[in-house]
Each structure stands twice: as C-alpha cells, then as structure tokens.
Design a protein around this ligand. Structure first.
Ligand code: NAG
Length: 323
C-alpha cells in the first residue's frame, strides 16, 4: 500500500516536471552527476565548494546547498571555480576536481583535487588530495575534466598559450597525477574569438562508439560565449591531429538565455538519456559572475550520430523529469 502510494507520488512528480533555471543565482560553471537515487549539483561559488542534492530536478531547485570545502592555504584559498565530481574506478573513490588560486589575482589559478571518504557523495568528508602538476607546463590551468576511453583516463583542461586560451589533454597516472600535456584546440575561428580568444570548460560526451569534447568558446564577459565541439577522429587522443574541430558552434543563446556555456553532461536515472547542464545569462552583454543561472535540457542525437544540443529553451517551458 505504502509502496504503491510512493510509486504514484513519484509518477505524479515526474509528470509535473520542472522549469529552468534549476539554480537561479551562483549558477555558473555547473556540473551534475546522478548516483544511487540522487542528483548532485555543483557550481562556481568562488569562496567555497558547495554540493546540492535531491531525488528529482524539481527537488534540486528547492534543496539547500551544503558547503563541503573552504581553504585558507594561500595558494588555493580563492577563486574556486568549476568543481566537478568524478568517480575514479582505480582508486575506488569520488574526487572533486576544481580550479583555485591566491587572493586578489586570477593569475595563479591551478587545478586541485579533493577526495571523498565515502562511496556516497553526500556522506563524504572531503580531504585535499593534491594539486595537479602538469610536468611540461606547470602554469595557469583551469576547468579540469575527466575523459575515459577504453578504461584509460585523461585530464582535459584549459590553459593559455600566448594570447589564446586553449584546450589541453594529458593522460592520468593516478587521480591526481598526469603525464605531459598536449594542446588539442586553439581558438582560431571567428566565433571563438569574440571579446577574447578562449576555449575552456571542456566536457566529454560519448555515443555510438564516438567521443566528442564539447567546450566553451569566446570571452565569458560579452556577447560571444557559446559551445563548440571537437571529435576524436584519430586513434591517439594525445595527438592534436586526432582531434577534428567542427566549423560551427553547437549551442548558442536563444529565448532570452544568453551566452550559454560552461556545460557538463550527466546521465538520467535509467542511464538511457544524456542531459546537458549549462549556465546562461539574462543580460546582454553577459558578465562572468554569479548572475548566471543553471539550466538543464536533454541531449538528442542527429541522424548522422552527432549530438544535438538544441538551443536554450524558454524558462517558461515545463520540462519532464529525466528518466
Ligand atoms: C566524517 O567525519 C566525521 C567526524 O570525524 C566522522 O564521524 C564520520 O564517520 C566521517 N564520515 C565518513 C563517511 O567518513
């Protein structure tokens, strides 16, 4: 009796659905993962790392975030950006990858890692697991994400090369150590060079045996922020020539949701759907701050097997819960 009541209730909640945004402020650089009955959401809040969790997207909108990390160590106290939660199979632990640096400047941003103490994300106490030192270029680095290919793991992140902020890849030797980095994308196309020359916020997506890196292009302040993509078309991900950039962006502003970007991908509870979580701004030009809100929508697939992210849907849309 109780069981069927719960079933009916969850069915009702699914039909009811939700409306974007799912986080109305401090929704920048979002990342989500679904694990053991809960969605987990993290975003950039600058001074700390916060997690929010709930069993439904509608529930996530109402849930209180929990601060899981602050740090007074001067080299990584501040500008905490773009946390991502990743399970590392070899270590059998959850890790949070994030960017941070020192007070009063953005020039010292580096990649850092926290380790969870429990297999349940929410129950974890988080401890500092290390800074990711890139052997061949220990310089400004942000937006680390994990790409997994045939059970080999790679770190993909963003770092400057001259006046271009580029994407780089390195093979991981452990959850916190990597080999030398190789540059796989430079902002060369006009739509990657609006306000500033930027490729950042990489996110891997896999489908039908193919792998893409979706990334954010152009300056986050201004009118040009959007998503582009690379596809792994060669065999060695550590070779720049293995990556092919698509000539056109894959996701641009629409319906009052401007400068959409810095996305992540997460699987629905059944594992049968992939959803895009990203931030957008109501203002033009947009600003690189906490006014950006978090949105989600389902990823579809084109007849040729490529991802179709659509365009940012109106905030007035009632969307069904992921299934
Ligand atoms: C987290 O830390 C508290 C306080 O030390 C401890 O009681 C608890 O068992 C820890 N939880 C996990 C899952 O490690």
């Amino acid at each position: 009796m109780l069981k069927s009541l719960f079933f009916l209730l969850s069915l009702y909640l699914c039909v009811l659905g939700f409306q974007n945004p799912i986080k109305a402020s401090d929704g920048s650089d979002p990342f989500m993962v679904y694990h053991e009955g809960y969605y987990y959401l993290t975003t950039t809040t600058w001074n700390n790392i916060q997690l929010t969790r709930a069993t439904t997207i509608a529930g996530l909108k109402a849930a209180q975030p929990k601060v899981i990390w602050t740090d007074s160590t001067s080299s990584r106290c501040c500008n905490m950006w773009a946390p991502e939660i990743h399970w590392q199979d070899k270590e059998g632990s959850w890790y949070i990858y994030y960017s941070a640096g020192s007070s009063g400047t953005l020039d010292n941003q580096r990649l850092h890692v926290l380790k969870g103490s429990s297999n349940i994300i929410w129950d974890s106490n988080w401890s500092f697991a290390g800074r990711i030192v890139i052997p061949n270029r220990d310089v400004w680095s942000i937006d680390g994400t994990i790409m997994i290919l045939d059970s080999t793991r790679y770190l993909v992140y963003s770092s400057w090369d001259g006046s271009d902020q580029c994407l780089w890849i390195a093979q991981m030797n452990s959850a916190t150590t990597v080999g030398n980095a190789v540059k796989i994308s430079t902002p060369t196309l006009p739509w990657e060079r609006v306000d500033s020359n930027v490729n950042e916020g990489p996110a891997a997506i896999y489908h039908g045996g193919r792998t893409w890196i979706v990334y954010s292009a152009s300056g986050c302040a201004g009118t040009g922020y959007k998503l582009g993509r690379l596809e792994l078309t060669g065999s060695n991900p550590l070779s720049a020539s293995s990556w092919t950039k698509y000539a056109n962006p894959i996701f641009v502003g629409a319906n009052g949701n401007n400068e959409p970007g810095h996305n992540g991908f997460f699987q629905s509870p059944s594992g049968n759907q992939i959803w895009n979580v990203y931030h957008a701004s109501s203002s033009v030009p947009s600003t690189c701050d906490g006014k950006r809100y978090t949105m989600i929508q389902q990823v579809n697939w084109n007849a040729d097997g490529t991802p179709n992210l659509g365009s940012p849907r109106p905030l007035s849309d009632n969307m069904p819960e992921p299934v």
